[in-house]
Design a binder for this molecule. Structure first.
Ligand code: IPE
Ligand code: IPE
Ligand code: MG
Length: 225
């Protein structure tokens, strides 16, 4: 049985879900947040130590302002209303991505939430916002060069946002699209990938558990036979 240390998820399909229900794309984003809560709950129950959630990519700035502002507001509200719950559940929250581009208000609440949860050990949640894998890798290499060190796989890994985490065992993408959209390209070199047809707001506990169970019996070779 493979142990599960780290699950990464590309939470895709909110916008289509909203439209499918004759409502707005933003309605879908709100519904998607409920799925996030369900997945956190199961991850805790299954004692998965690391969960990385892709919430906003560096490319998502290309969306209409109205949608971007809604997503930022959703994040702000989530942190304001759920931070105590995260603390009670011993969850550590870390943002991966470039925080500089966010409005001051959001930066402040992100920093506050990270600080308040930094000592928690039960579940480490990485929320990827304004995250792009290629720029993460470039930044890592720049840091190595600046320190006048030799570029190696180990050094690139240890200068990424994810330096303190194991690589994802499982990568899930919902929303019926088979692509990686610039997510954790370096870290998923040996992850087991699950593409799910369901849109993120429809993805539920049993879908998640099915994936976790399938993963447990996969033969992982890492190049060996
Ligand atoms: C959610 O899904 C992911 C985010 C970028 C917040 P989408 O908003 O991409 O939904 P679809 O793929 O357009 O349906
Ligand atoms: C990937 O979804 C990013 C997130 C889930 C946050 P997108 O909907 O932005 O991906 P593309 O543009 O369809 O590849
Ligand atoms: Mg999408």
């Amino acid at each position: 049985m493979n142990p599960i240390k780290h699950v990464a998820i590309i939470m895709d399909g909110n916008g289509r879900w909203g439209l499918k229900h004759n409502k707005s794309r933003n309605h879908g984003h709100r519904a998607g947040l409920k799925t996030v809560e369900k997945i956190i709950k199961i991850s805790l129950k299954k004692k998965i130590p690391y969960l990385t959630l892709f919430a906003f990519s560096t490319e998502n700035w290309r969306r209409p302002k109205k949608e971007i502002n809604f997503l930022l507001k959703l994040l702000e509200n989530f942190l304001q209303t759920k931070l105590n719950q995260l603390i009670e559940q011993k969850i550590k929250l870390k943002i991966i991505g470039n925080k500089n581009k966010f409005p001051k208000r959001i930066k402040k609440i992100i920093n506050y939430s990270e600080n308040k949860t930094k000592k928690n050990k039960k579940l480490h949640i990485n929320l990827a916002i304004n995250y792009g894998s290629k720029s993460e890798i470039v930044e890592s290499i720049k840091k190595i060069i600046k320190k006048k060190q030799n570029v190696s796989e180990k050094k690139i890994t240890s200068n990424l946002y994810t330096s303190d985490l194991p690589n994802p065992d499982i990568l899930i993408r919902t929303g019926n699209t088979k692509r990686l959209s610039n997510f954790l390209l370096w870290q998923i070199a040996y992850s087991e990938i699950f593409f799910e047809k369901k849109l993120w707001p429809d993805f539920n506990e049993s879908d998640y558990l099915k994936i976790l169970n399938k993963f447990k019996i996969i033969k992982r070779n890492f190049g060996r036979i």
